[in-house]
Design a protein around this ligand. Sequence first.
Ligand SMILES: *[C@@H]1O[C@H](CO)[C@@H](O)[C@H](O)[C@H]1NC(C)=O
Ligand SMILES: *[C@@H]1O[C@H](CO)[C@@H](O)[C@H](O)[C@H]1NC(C)=O
Length: 244
Amino acid sequence: MSWKTFTLFVLVVSCSFILIQTVHGADPLFHFCSSSSGNFTSGSPYEANLNKLTSFLYLKTPPTGFGEGSIGQHQDQSYGLALCRGDVSAPDCKTCVATAGDEIRKRCPLQKEAVIWYDNCLFKYSDKYFFGKIDTQYVFYLWNLNVVNNSLEFNQKTKELLTQLTVEAYVTPKLYATGESELDESTKLYGLVQCTRDLSAGDCKKCLDDAIGRLPSCCDGKQGGRVVGGSCNFRYEIYPFVNA
Ligand SMILES: *[C@@H]1O[C@H](CO)[C@@H](O)[C@H](O)[C@H]1NC(C)=O
Ligand SMILES: *[C@@H]1O[C@H](CO)[C@@H](O)[C@H](O)[C@H]1NC(C)=O
């Protein structure tokens, strides 16, 4: 597996503050513990439902790379989903969902709503029904600190590739596409786009178009970048990063 280590920085854009941190390989890319959804109490029915939901998503997600479900009723109901990157094998998906489910509960021990992202998966839960709605609340950017020489042309080619991939992805059942384009004789640009599969095709396209619209603020002239949200994300690099 080709793994290049770059220093990536993360910018949280959904809140009114900017947070910059270095991302290491095996750590989560990022997580949010909701402060507006409130807390449950230890030993409560909500906690029991969330535990069951976590186990459910662990079983449900790996075979297809996507799982969603809810456990419980009324104010104790917990809703969640997990999504693995489109090229990730079922065993790697299982590992990622297990890690994500453990880690988010450690990082957000009492919050009713939280979300965590890794390279290979995302895991999200809430006490509110959120399926089929574009998540505009939880979004962050990652970018490579290295810049390109010819940013105007590069930015244009990046936008073109990601727009092309979006057009491919939103008509497929997996709501996922990867591809590459030529930058010059010796360099290629590699891209990936993906939506969570609770979205309709139209909303997947809308979510990705909006993410691509953030390119100037996240990734202007950067050799690699990602806009990552609870419903969709893209990534581009000048090296291959997707498993064949
Ligand atoms: C919710 O729990 C977190 C710890 O998990 C705590 O930091 C936070 O203050 C709590 N919020 C409320 C409103 O009690
Ligand atoms: C930038 O330009 C230099 C010199 O022309 C070249 O060696 C290098 O590969 C270029 N870098 C990128 C990322 O295009």
